[in-house]
Design a protein around this ligand. Structure first.
Ligand SMILES: NC(=O)c1ccc[n+]([C@@H]2O[C@H](COP(=O)([O-])OP(=O)(O)OC[C@H]3O[C@@H](n4cnc5c(N)ncnc54)[C@H](OP(=O)(O)O)[C@@H]3O)[C@@H](O)[C@H]2O)c1
Length: 249
């Protein structure tokens, strides 16, 4: 139980990678604060964690909204007083040619993936300082490093998040709060259903993954757990790719 007594807040914990990371941290003893816009889905995750002997609470919050994130901070502060681990995982993707993007779509991607992480850090870093331990993980992407057509908003948001990660790491290093990115390659989650459910697109995509298959959500949970452990206390301001070899090509 290497995270016993630690409070871990995970955004986008209702499914996919966020759910896997929350479950991994809770198995290691962390008390998890599960956050997304869908309280019903969060409660399913929460019940699973409790059924396995863990501890979790769920909060509805839209990370794009200053008011919503501010209200979340008040509730978490009242319940726990402090936070040790913050995982900025909530994210969305819109895949289309740049000429077809509406302002709403562009803003939805940037506001969720980049501004959401900023708002969460602005509100929760004050609850993390003064403990000589802290872990912030931002869910970057292979699209922080390389690109594909029809991913302009997503690649812009994830590249921005990588820069944000490095600057914040320097800001918080003296507090012993580490700030790192995890850059997953293709992992089979709901976000990738448009590719997975199209046999031709799926085959093309998989043929580009050197390992030869989609990654598993558990792989990301295990890496997040390591980054939150004491063993990773000297890792900060960097970004770890977990991509089946995609960016080595
Ligand atoms: N899967 C991959 O291959 C992959 C690769 C690289 C990076 N990533 C990144 O990893 C993260 C998780 O991806 P995933 O594959 O697990 O996606 P997913 O299954 O679609 O889950 C996305 C999560 O984000 C939450 N979310 C979206 N907008 C939100 C908002 N405005 N406020 C609060 N929560 C919000 C969703 O919750 P609700 O809908 O319940 O609000 C959901 O829990 C994302 O940042 C994604 O960009 C994924």
């Amino acid at each position: 139980m290497i995270l016993s007594g630690k409070v871990a807040l995970v955004t986008g914990a209702s499914k996919g990678l966020g759910r896997s990371m929350a479950e991994a941290l809770s198995r290691a003893g962390a008390r998890c604060v599960l956050v997304s816009r869908d309280l019903d889905l969060l409660r399913v995750v929460e019940e699973g964690i409790r059924a396995s002997g863990g501890d979790a609470v769920s909060y509805e919050c839209d990370v794009r909204s200053e008011a919503s994130v501010g209200a979340l901070r008040s509730q978490v502060s009242e319940l726990f007083g402090k936070v040790h681990i913050l995982i900025n995982n909530a994210g969305v993707n819109v895949r289309k040619p740049v000429t077809e993007f509406t302002m709403e779509e562009w803003r939805r991607v940037l506001d969720t993936n980049l501004t959401g992480a900023f708002l969460m850090c602005r509100e929760f870093v004050p609850l993390m300082v003064g403990q000589s331990y802290g872990r912030i993980i931002n869910m970057t992407s292979i699209m922080s490093h390389v690109a594909l057509p029809h991913r302009t908003a997503y690649a812009a948001s994830k590249s921005g998040l990588l820069g944000f990660t490095k600057a914040l790491a320097l800001e918080l290093a003296s507090e012993r709060i580490t700030v790192n990115g995890i850059s997953p390659g293709p992992i089979a989650t709901e976000m990738n259903l448009p590719i997975i459910e199209n046999p031709q697109a799926n085959q093309q995509f998989v043929s580009r993954i050197p390992i030869g298959s989609w990654g598993r959500v558990e792989d990301i949970g295990a890496l997040a757990l390591y980054l939150c452990s004491d063993a990773a206390g000297f890792i900060t301001g960097t970004d770890i790719r977990i991509d089946g070899g995609w960016t080595a090509q």
